[in-house]
Ligand binder design. Sequence first.
Ligand SMILES: *Cc1c(COP(=O)(O)O)cnc(C)c1O
Length: 399
Amino acid sequence: MSSHERAPFDPAQYDPETVAVRAGIERSQFGEHGEAMFLTSSFVFDTAAEAAARFSGNAPGNVYARFTNPTVTMFQDRLAALEGAEACIATSSGMSAILSTLMALLKSGDHIIASRGIFGSTQQLFATYFEKFGVSTTLVEATNIEAYRAAVQPNTKLFFIETPSNPLTEVIDIAAVAEVAHAAGALLAVDNCFCSPALQKPIELGADIVIHSATKYLDGQGRVLGGAVCGRKAEMDEVLRFLRTAGPTLSPFNAWVILKGLETLSIRMQAQSANALELARWLEAQPWVARVFYPGLPSHPQHEIAMRQQKTGGAVVAFEVKGGREEAWKLIDATRMLSITANLGDTKTTITHPATTTHGRISQEARDASGIRDSLIRLAVGLESVEDMKRDLCRWLES
Ligand SMILES: *Cc1c(COP(=O)(O)O)cnc(C)c1O
């Protein structure tokens, strides 16, 4: 190394905000400052022998973009550094991250224990498709650690939780569930979509695997679909083997967009959380609000756990309006600025009626059991002025 050559960036020596901007950069011979987008499906070799060595895995380097591409690798390395994971594998969506993890690590006859509030499509994936191929799932009350212990079977291989949950923002003690999972000889996977590594680092709390829908806060601007799985190298190699064989790979274009999203992740999460806290406090004081669900409020049942394992309460606030579906829909329909959509994790604030949209496909019975009432409204708070959000939420009172 000449005296002018700089040592590569070592994430272990820097704070998360710096890691989010600088980790994983791999420069081409042109010395570009911005991360390059490698829109190529395959890679060329100098000789047949080199091709053979790369295909067999005996020589490092890219072969085909179904399994590796330099832009995707940059995103993977940066997210792994942010989560404090040995490795990360990017996927085409959050759902394909979950699918790939289960396909790689489970087999017919295995059993999953999952928290009741997990994402609707995740529940469908477990109950419909994995069940069909002989992998059973037990759903347990999310915040009851004894319920996880009681659900353990000799064939339990995976615990799967999501915290805070959607839409009720229930907070699960990750360290406590990790202890139960490890005592049962199982792995703990945490869907870290709602917090992102800017607010919560499940691996430090004992989780083995972290799942992301990069579609949400990692991109943060509602532009592309993407997903990722983080964890130990041995297990991520298995996930990569599945990707290489089955193909739910992240495109280099989407990887590039999300890589740029990571650079502003920390400041977005801080600002959106601050907006959410202000809005949650205000909602709690409104006479037309029956109840507010936000981990950053002292009234939240798991406020203490949330403040221990998250940096903030996050950017999702749910509340029950006094009345039922009619009042909830009236409030939503009177808004002019907030986006009526089921997505979240965007700089634009979104407003959703979970009982008739995201949770509309599950039975009334299951909805009642999970506490998702017809009067419930979910806000995924963005970066607009909080005063404008409040005005929009009050318009229905004038009509
Ligand atoms: C959106 C979401 C998913 C699925 O992600 P996609 O990128 O839409 O496939 C998984 N888990 C949670 C918590 C989500 O919010």
